[in-house]
Design a protein around this ligand. Structure first.
Ligand SMILES: Cc1cc2nc3c(=O)[nH]c(=O)nc-3n(C[C@H](O)[C@H](O)[C@H](O)COP(=O)(O)OP(=O)(O)OC[C@H]3O[C@@H](n4cnc5c(N)ncnc54)[C@H](O)[C@@H]3O)c2cc1C
Ligand code: FES
Length: 278
């Protein structure tokens, strides 16, 4: 049945979960880079989440979320067989994908799942996909099995060295760009500081760099202005003009500021949720 959770898997217990949801129409239309907006309760917030994968035959989509506040904690209370109140999508512009040679896809934290769909799209287009994934430690890595299924190269970097290379994804990327002049494009999805750092690394090499902005969104269709961001001095709406933009043109300082603007309310809301749910 539409919006039913077919499968739930804890990827990092208590922190990050994956849901496979029955959503045949979205599964048929969704392309890499698209996202959905869902709502768990009648008076609840609208939560934008990237579509990490689709199975058009089975009519399902996959989402992966980090429990950070009240709405994601509420989503986490749902189980297999439960239905999501409403689910809207696919939203946003799909990733621009064409056959261009070597594409390096960089993913950090929960962004690895979102990057997975884009990497798959580049692979399907015939590109040589190098996946670079980073996390604080081994048990926080996501989607490595899935990525190694189609990426000829998967390079892991962990902050503590518990898996792969000790260090940041940007160290691995810089080395790659120094020894390989054939990288046509870099895609980065993850925390804002990571995407900013990736854009900083690629700039001197002149390599096209795409980042996926997680601006605060409300309607997701370009009407409310909540997701506005500054792209080379021009105002753009991440929900309809993005969420992917040229990383060399994004004003990351403004993005960071806008993401933090409701921090007090978010904390109060989470404290209240914890009190009510034990
Ligand atoms: C296009 C897009 C794709 C995203 N994909 C994913 C994904 O695949 N997995 C994932 O874990 N997260 C994703 N996010 C972020 C996710 O939407 C937020 O983590 C979530 O809305 C937090 O809500 P909350 O009530 O749990 O947390 P809150 O306590 O309300 O907020 C915690 C932080 O989440 C962000 N946030 C809060 N409300 C929103 C909102 N309405 N829109 C966007 N960000 C918000 C802010 O940075 C805030 O500081 C995506 C965001 C966007 C815009
Ligand atoms: S979320 Fe409202 S304009 Fe983008």
């Amino acid at each position: 049945m539409n919006n039913t959770i077919i499968k739930k898997r804890a990827l990092i217990p208590g922190q990050t979960s994956m849901l496979i949801i029955d959503a045949p129409q979205i599964a048929r239309k969704a392309r890499p880079g698209n996202f959905i907006i869902l709502r768990v309760s009648q008076n609840g917030e609208r939560i934008p989440l990237t579509i990490a994968d689709t199975d058009p035959q089975a009519g399902t989509i996959t989402i992966v979320y980090l429990v950070v506040g009240k709405s994601s904690a509420l989503l986490e209370t749902l189980n297999e067989g439960d239905s999501i109140l409403d689910l809207c999508g696919p939203l946003g512009k799909a990733t621009h994908i064409e056959k261009c040679g070597t594409v390096v896809c960089v993913g950090g934290g929960t962004g690895i799942a979102a990057m997975h769909h884009i990497a798959k799209g580049h692979h399907m287009a015939g590109n040589h996909v190098v996946a670079i994934v980073g996390a604080r430690s081994k048990d926080m890595l996501l989607f490595c099995d899935e990525l190694s299924g189609f990426c000829p190269e998967l390079i892991i970097a962990t902050d503590d060295g518990s898996s792969g290379r000790k260090g940041f994804v940007t160290d691995v990327l810089r080395e790659r760009l120094e020894k390989d002049q054939n990288v046509a494009e870099v895609v980065a999805v993850g925390p804002v500081p990571m995407m900013e750092a990736v854009a900083g690394v690629t700039k001197p090499f002149g390599v096209r760099t795409v980042v996926s902005l997680n601006s605060i969104m409300v309607d997701g269709v370009g009407m409310c202005g909540a997701c506005r961001c500054n792209i080379e001095g021009e105002t753009r709406f991440a929900c309809v003009d993005g969420p992917e933009f040229d990383g060399h043109k994004v004003d990351f300082n403004e993005l960071r500021m806008r993401l933090a603007q409701y921090r007090n309310q978010e904390k109060q809301s989470m404290d209240l949720f914890r009190r009510e749910h034990g």
